[in-house]
Design a protein around this ligand. Sequence first.
Ligand SMILES: *Cc1c(COP(=O)(O)O)cnc(C)c1O
Length: 367
Amino acid sequence: MTGIDDLPIRDELRGKTPYGAPQLDVPVRLNTNENPYPLPEALVRRIAERVTEAARTLNRYPDRDAVELRTALAAYLSRTAGHEVGAANVWAANGSNEVLQQLLQTFGGPGRTAIGFEPSYSMHALIARGTGTGWISGPRHEDFRIDVDAARAVIAEQRPDVVFITSPNNPTGTAVEAGTALALYEAAQAAKPSLVVIDEAYGEFSHRPSLLPLIEGRPRLVLCRTMSKAFGAAGLRLGYLAADPAVVDAVQLVRLPYHLSAVTQATALAALEHTDTLLGYVDQLKGERDRLVDELRAAGCEVTDSDANFVQFGRFDDAQAAWRALLEQGVLVRDNGVPGRLRVTAGTPAENDAFLDAVRTLVKEKR
Ligand SMILES: *Cc1c(COP(=O)(O)O)cnc(C)c1O
């Protein structure tokens, strides 16, 4: 049988495995940070209407620049993220992963490097690899906050071309203070004129305000968002960035023509019409997230403060064994490879109850 390694693939891809959490068919799936609430029926109908409309002109290529959608995204950010932006500041693609890929194709690439502060979102390193960008793993404190002094030192020494700041961070849930983001931005600019990317995929769930206002006057600072989490539309594949219009112009150099289908644009526009309902679900999830933190602590777990729709908990002598023990009770969480810790996504109240029961059983058995 022919294997991947029999093919003339790039050397840096040899022996590697694709990204992906196990998708197992169990009663309670709390492993991929999805929103547990299906889209409301009224929105489902609106999507059908808008997609029907779009279908009438599917013989034509879509709006290459997605101007209507970018205008709606800009209005959403202006209303909810504490800073006025327009369509010229916003760029959209198929999931924020594609946005990140376009950024690395434009600002990274062979001979260049990107840095992230780990543990963090593993796709940053994977997209770096896929685009031929060198990867540097930066440090964090024991409590998973970014170690600013150590970060400054590694940036000064390594002079990366792209700096990733994930806030709230995945998988730890840790939000980054504006002061920390600014300190890293200054350090990066002192080393070389590098691009700083703030990945705010979980921004809507945070106790803290968005870092969007920081883009003002900083043309090399980019904020990334997604409709996969707060909007409950992971299946839609829609992510976006906000930055100086020059950044938007720059990513056009690498984006595929007509990358965002007319069906995607129509669906995202429909979802944006229902923002208030969807943000209502976000409020419920924030309440459930806070309850998970409290009840896990009450059960004797060590829990990292969370600003996202998931919670990192432990400590286990053997996180993999704990992951399996929960799975045997019908609950799927995520083992992100952080020693002694697991990550649970906030689900519906019933799912969270089932998860908490399973954890209590696990903790009791360990004693
Ligand atoms: C989920 C997630 C994304 C979102 O990816 P999409 O491609 O938009 O689904 C981006 N960044 C982080 C940190 C995430 O956890």
